[in-house]
Design a protein around this ligand. Sequence first.
Ligand code: ATP
Ligand code: LTN
Length: 336
Amino acid sequence: MNQKPRLFSGMQPSADSLQIGNYVGALVQWRNMQATHDAIFCVVDLHALTVPQDPALLRTQIRRTAAQYIAAGIDPSVSTLFVQSHVPAHAELAWVLNTITGFGEASRMTQFKDKASRGGTDAASLGLFAYPTLMAADILLYDTNDVPVGDDQKQHVELTRDLANRFNTRFGQTFVVPEPVILPEGARIYDLQNPIAKMSKSAISDSGVVWLLDEPAATAKKIRSAVTDAGREVRFDRGEKPGVSNLLTILSSFGGSSITALEETYVGRGYGDLKKDVAEAVVSVFEPIRSRALELLDDPGELDRILGVNADRANEIAEDTLATVYDRVGLLPRRR
Ligand code: ATP
Ligand code: LTN
């Protein structure tokens, strides 16, 4: 039998819209990997709860995130696209994994250190501390082989591998040990106003963030206002020209030409031309995705139905893994 490898990835519904980095760095890769993998994509809403959220806003953000996955080409009849909290086994397996994770080991996770240091470690929640074991549960429930993530999540996938091996050694072969698939550096997009920082959904100011669901005119305006660099030459140089290099990366990702080919096109032309072309390229790709997402959001009943069917599919796999885990660690099976 020639089964495709299993893929699992997810994003937090931490904003009303995804940003251009989520699209280039994750959605485009996910969409392409659907052909080669048995893919599972998750809206990780329980992860979003690790920092304070407004309940009414969170609920819309969950639907909006799912709608953007579909609009960008994740096909819920080919891949499994579901909401994490709809599959209870995620929280349940996370608990068991918490019991085999060292306090010191969890304390070394850099995302926790970064996020916790913003408000002071004492104010950080236990949930934030346990974020990586919930992520490990997401991955391990589905016998996942490949986990496409950005560089910042690599440490969490390494922890997942350690936990899988530890569990297998202690309780017998149970989990597939997953591999991180680190997304290419060329797919990393920086903030338009601060091009040395990664563009992020939860940036303090959104003036340098390009949203997938923004009106085309607003997107074009933001791109025209992007900070550039001293000089006039359009050349890729992340150290000396982070702003221009970021715009070239965006244009290359959206227009398909290589950065070298683009540099040649702009010989003797200025930053204004570059920005105009970037804006056109981004708007022409985002406009149909935006319309499709808004259409899906106009019919929340149908969207919820799709998510329900997909959650059932995910549940079947996840429940099986959880039952094996409960059995291995010595819990008493529940009579049905
Ligand atoms: P938050 O600010 O809420 O952490 P984020 O926008 O940084 O959100 P995540 O939800 O952490 O994004 O990441 C979702 C996916 O998008 C990940 O696979 C991540 O690697 C990718 N991603 C996020 N930002 C960028 C970026 N600027 N460039 C490339 N890929 C990105
Ligand atoms: N922590 C990831 C989101 C995430 C994830 C996962 C990614 C949660 N669970 C499982 C891959 C596999 C992030 O912030 N990008």
